[in-house]
Design a protein around this ligand. Structure first.
Ligand SMILES: CC(C)(COP(=O)(O)OP(=O)(O)OC[C@H]1O[C@@H](n2cnc3c(N)ncnc32)[C@H](O)[C@@H]1OP(=O)(O)O)[C@@H](O)C(=O)NCCC(=O)NCCS
Length: 145
């Protein structure tokens, strides 16, 4: 299935807000409705729906601060019933492609909460490496672009 990043509009807003991770993963990422609201009040952020073929299956929110450059994967999720099909990896390729176009972008950061079914191993498999920095109980990782 072809994976694409699609702008969020009145047409797909409800479908994106309805996407949910597995119940045991809910502490790892905010609901998409909260993330979309936060984006509305943060001029230096960027969001997209993740589509597999014609249907939304996930969501990404990036924090993009160009000066000094700091690019941060703020929220990232694939719906529980769509996980394990390669969509998370393919969409992350597209996110990284986007970040590479931003001013002075040389690295992408994120932070995660550790726990069962948490995302750490997914990001490590992708190439993110621990920085040793902790933010409010979350551990930071970095990908060199
Ligand atoms: C993390 C997440 C985005 C991965 O999406 P996905 O579409 O399931 O990932 P993929 O199918 O591309 O998986 C790629 C590889 O990572 C592994 N993987 C995926 N999720 C994993 C997890 N939670 N723990 C360990 N490994 C995982 C897969 O087994 C696969 O390995 P393989 O290539 O050896 O088969 C998804 O599980 C998710 O939304 N989790 C809940 C929300 C969350 O934690 N978001 C991150 C907030 S920081």
């Amino acid at each position: 299935m072809d994976v694409t990043l699609v702008e969020i509009s009145a047409e797909n807003l409800r479908a994106v807000m309805d996407l949910e991770v597995k119940p045991q993963q809910q502490s790892y990422v905010a609901p998409n409705s909260v993330s979309i609201a936060q984006h509305c009040f943060d001029q230096e952020s960027w969001m997209r729906a993740i589509y597999a073929g014609p249907a939304p299956v996930g969501f990404v929110l990036l924090s993009e601060r160009p000066s000094p450059p700091r690019y941060y994967l703020w929220r990232y999720m694939i719906a529980g019933d769509q996980q394990g099909r390669g969509y998370g990896t393919r969409a992350l390729d597209l996110v990284v492609e986007h970040v590479r176009t931003l001013p002075s972008a040389t690295e992408l950061f994120l932070s995660y909460q550790s726990g069962p079914e948490g995302p750490r191993d997914f990001y490590a498999k992708y190439g993110f490496v621990e920085t040793g920095v902790e933010h409010e109980g979350e551990l930071e990782m970095r990908l060199v672009l």
